[in-house]
Design a protein around this ligand. Structure first.
Ligand SMILES: NC(=O)c1ccc[n+]([C@@H]2O[C@H](COP(=O)([O-])OP(=O)(O)OC[C@H]3O[C@@H](n4cnc5c(N)ncnc54)[C@H](OP(=O)(O)O)[C@@H]3O)[C@@H](O)[C@H]2O)c1
Length: 328
């Protein structure tokens, strides 16, 4: 495992870390504590020391499992959670400091931790980034010892650029992958100027970039890859990176041709992201322990060659860019 500094937090975190939206099992399929704990212990045994969760993941069960496992371990494990998505309706007017404070306190209770290493605003409505009183709240929570740092999770580059104007925003969580390349254009430089950590989510475009999916792959009815392709539940950019599924499959077929002897392209998709020094860490989601092993096998492969990188970027230019580049 390699470790990188998470911006001005100074945490030294595993560059390949863990996302836990689906840690209890496949999306929409019920939550297994046993599965969650096995994934979390395997990740930590492998040197992963940064875990991303959120209060809303499986209605708090992800956070509880993360807290249970972290408390049982002697290593220093950094826990990042998120708040705001329980707000219903999810509109700017309902973002109030006292509401967010209650969510942070609920996360502390669920995890059983005295302090959260990082709390992230969970893709709030755009107007929230124009309200200093929201960001000020987290200074109070720091003074009270409830959090160490504030971060934001964003949908769009524009939100990220606005959020980092607040001095106490130490990290930005953003989608970045072979099929979502725009963050590297401007945002990475701006984040580096302010020493803001970058946490990369959805690195596999919800699994599409593994190359294991096909036209008839079945996704359960409660899996967002079934119901959110057009954004019925939340921003469609979170599902397959916002790429129309069939188009994504076509582009992935060409990616496969670059790696003819490799069945699962997940480790290659992660390698592509790791070549950017601005990235502090990647948080691939795992619904079974094999995903953790597979993603860590990135380190067993030779580096991507210049030709392979060029090939991956050319596929992006050819199929994906005109469809989504301007949107996020
Ligand atoms: N708004 C936000 O802040 C937000 C939004 C989305 C995600 N996140 C965070 O980011 C993390 C990662 O994003 P994500 O989970 O949406 O997308 P992702 O990491 O691109 O995709 C995860 C899915 O890909 C499949 N997968 C993962 N590793 C694999 C492997 N080695 N081989 C084969 N399949 C593999 C699994 O699908 P199956 O389970 O179907 O096998 C898994 O559920 C989440 O867990 C969460 O912590 C945050």
């Amino acid at each position: 495992m390699n470790y990188r500094t998470l911006g001005k937090t100074n945490f030294k975190i595993s560059e390949l870390s863990l996302g836990t939206w689906q840690v209890g099992g496949k999306w929409g399929s019920g939550f297994s504590d046993e599965n969650a704990e096995e994934i979390l212990h395997t990740a930590i045994d492998s040197g992963i020391n940064f875990i991303d969760t959120a209060d809303v993941y499986e209605n708090g069960m992800s956070e509880s499992a993360v807290g249970r496992v972290v408390r049982s371990r002697s290593e220093r494990i950094y826990v990042a959670s998120k708040c705001g998505r329980f707000i219903n309706p999810h509109i700017n007017e309902n973002y109030q400091p006292k509401v967010l404070r209650q969510y942070v306190e609920d996360s502390l209770r669920r995890t059983g931790l005295e302090c959260l290493d990082l709390i992230q605003l969970h893709c709030p409505p755009r107007e929230v980034y124009y309200r200093p009183e929201i960001f000020e709240l987290f200074e109070r929570l720091k003074e009270e010892g409830k959090i160490l740092h504030l971060g934001v999770s964003v949908e769009k580059v524009e939100d990220a650029l606005k959020a980092i104007e607040f001095d106490n925003v130490t990290t930005v969580q953003i989608i970045f992958n072979v099929f979502r390349q725009r963050p590297a254009e401007l945002f990475f430089q701006e984040a580096a100027k302010r020493n803001v950590g970058i946490i990369v989510r959805v690195p596999l475009a919800s699994g599409l970039l593994t190359g294991l999916y096909h036209k008839n792959t079945a996704f359960g009815k409660d899996d967002h890859r079934f119901f959110n392709r057009e954004g019925a539940g939340f921003d469609k950019g979170e599902t397959f990176s916002g790429i129309p599924y069939e188009l994504g499959l076509t582009a992935v077929e060409e990616l496969k041709a670059l790696f003819p002897n490799e069945k699962n392209l997940a480790p290659r998709a992660l390698q592509w992201i790791l070549q950017f020094p601005a990235v502090s860490c990647i948080i691939p989601g795992a619904s079974k322990v094999e995903h953790v092993h597979s993603n860590l096998s990135t380190y067993d492969l030779p580096d991507l060659s210049a030709d392979q990188i060029e090939g991956m970027n050319t596929i992006y230019e050819k199929y994906i860019k005109k469809e989504v580049h301007h949107l996020w």
